[in-house]
Each structure stands twice: as C-alpha cells, then as structure tokens.
Ligand binder design. Structure first.
Ligand code: GUN
Length: 283
C-alpha cells in the first residue's frame, strides 16, 4: 500500500502552530518581520515571493518586499542587505534566487547577517549544519525532514539517494540525512549508472529539475520517494521529477507535485523567521 505524503496539510498545521506562537510574541510587543529582496522579473520567482507573502499573512509575520530592476549593481544590492542587517525591526532577510548573472549571489548571501539568514544559505549556517550545530537549515531539506518525522519514516541505517547536488537542496539534504544516520549517495549530472544507484535506495529524493525522470523500473519496491521537482510536462501541466502515476504504484510513501515539498518549504521559512525573531530577542 502506498501512503501519499500530504505536504499541504502538514504545512497548514505547522503554520497554524506558528500563528499561535506569533500571537504570543505580539502580546509581548514583538512583531516578527521578513524582508524579501527580489531582483529582475523572473515569473517563477514572482510566484514564489507571492506565496511567501501569503504565508506571512497567514502566520502574522510582517512582510517587506524590496523589488529591484535587473540593472541593479552589486554595490546597491549589498547596500540594501547591509541596511536590513542593521534594521532591528527586520528579523529575517531572504534574497530570492536566481538573480541576474552580472551579480555575485554568493557575496550577497555572505553579506546577510547569519542571525537573519532564514534561508540558511550563508556559509556560517552551511558550516554549522555540516558539524551538527544549531543553525538555520535551508527550508526545502528542513521541510523534508519534518515530513519524515510526521510520517514516522525512520532514516537510521537506510540507504538514501539524493539526485541533485545544489547548495539549496542536495547538499543541505545530505547533511540532514547523515545527521539521522542514513547512508547517503549524492548523484548529479556526471554520475554514471544512476539508475543502478537509484534501484538500491530505500529513500529517493529527486531534485534535478527534469520532468518525470524517475520511472517505476528505477525504484525499489516499497521505496520512499520525495519529489522536489517543479516542471511542466509535454501538455504544460505542472509535474515533478518523478513519474508519479507509475512510481506511486511501487512506493511505500510518495510526495505529490503540487502539494508535497513546495508548501513545506514555505512553512519552514515561516518557522525560521519565528526562530530568528526569538533568537534576536534572547528567547
Ligand atoms: N529559489 C528557489 N528556491 C529558493 C529558496 O528556497 N530560497 C531562495 N531565496 N531562493 C530560491
């Protein structure tokens, strides 16, 4: 039997719990605020930012948007981040990626105060995650960990495969799963015999950005399949990196697209904003 992991429902539950926490903070005169920087006019980024603003509204977090044209200079971008670092009313800072090629996103992420780095992309937080210290964890891997916990999916001793080695998903996911004592293989565009590696996995996490890449013959019977992809299929319909219709017949647990990982990413962003707010108020 296959269990559908309902990311949308779990995200709603998490946001409701956070709403109560935010109400309590507000009673103490503390108003959590997230500042989001969006550069250029990438339509997907605009949708992501809109969804983040809706989540802030639901949780009671103030949302401040900083929109810049693609022509912004690196100095202007860094200047904006520095101002937000110094603004005590701002608890979290998020720079939506991607940004135009003439800008250095790594330098921008390193400029964000690690205490306000709610995306967990600053090297301080990346480093802390890798040594197991308390830190801001990147929202997508963190959301996937929460799904495992909610559905009592044990990772200890399991063989896991992560497809994709991005700084946003693949690498922090590796750290999260190592912490839970899984044995993890990270595959990427240069990996040979990727299908053989996927076939051995108890847990498959796909974040490669290729529509319906993971097919039923590639996965082991009873595998847990987590789909981070967000693509359009040949008919323009939203789909993940997993051929859901067929793989869902073989998996023990599987996430849908949409309604799986996506909503959890945003819920964990809200979690990180509340965490940042409490930390900055010595709570
Ligand atoms: N672009 C795609 N995913 C993300 C994310 O989680 N955070 C930011 N800042 N940009 C993204």
């Amino acid at each position: 039997m296959t269990t559908l992991i309902d990311g949308k429902a779990l995200a709603k539950k998490i946001k409701e719990e956070l709403r109560q926490e935010v109400d309590t903070l507000k009673e103490k005169g503390i108003n959590p605020k997230l500042a989001v920087i969006l550069v250029g006019d990438d339509p997907a980024s605009q949708v992501y930012v809109r969804n983040k603003s809706k989540a802030c509204e639901m949780v009671g977090v103030e949302f401040d948007e900083f929109l810049f044209p693609s022509s912004i200079t690196q100095e202007e971008l860094l200047g904006t981040i520095k101002k937000l670092n110094e603004d005590d009313s701002v608890n979290g800072i998020l720079l939506q990626s991607p940004i135009p090629d003439h800008l250095d996103i790594r330098e921008a992420f390193e400029t964000i105060d690690p205490r306000k780095d709610v995306d967990g992309f600053n090297a301080i937080n990346v480093g802390k995650l890798s040594i197991g210290d308390d830190c801001f964890i990147a929202c997508t891997p963190y959301g996937i960990v929460k799904m495992f916990e909610e559905y009592n999916i044990e990772l200890e001793g399991k063989r896991a495969v992560i497809i994709g080695r991005s700084n946003i998903v693949g690498k922090p996911m590796l750290q999260c799963m190592l912490k839970k004592n899984a044995t993890v293989t990270v595959c990427h565009s240069k990996t040979k015999n990727i299908e053989d590696i996927i076939k051995e996995a108890d847990i498959v996490i796909c974040a490669m950005g290729k529509a319906k890449f993971v097919k039923d013959y590639m996965v082991k019977d009873g595998a847990v399949v987590i789909d981070v992809g967000m693509n359009r299929d040949e008919n323009g319909k939203l789909c993940g990196d997993v051929d859901f219709e067929n793989v869902s017949k073989k998996a023990s647990f599987i996430t849908p697209v949409p309604g799986g990982v996506g909503p959890m990413t945003i819920a964990m962003l809200m979690n990180n904003v509340v965490k940042a707010t409490k930390m900055q108020n010595n709570m």
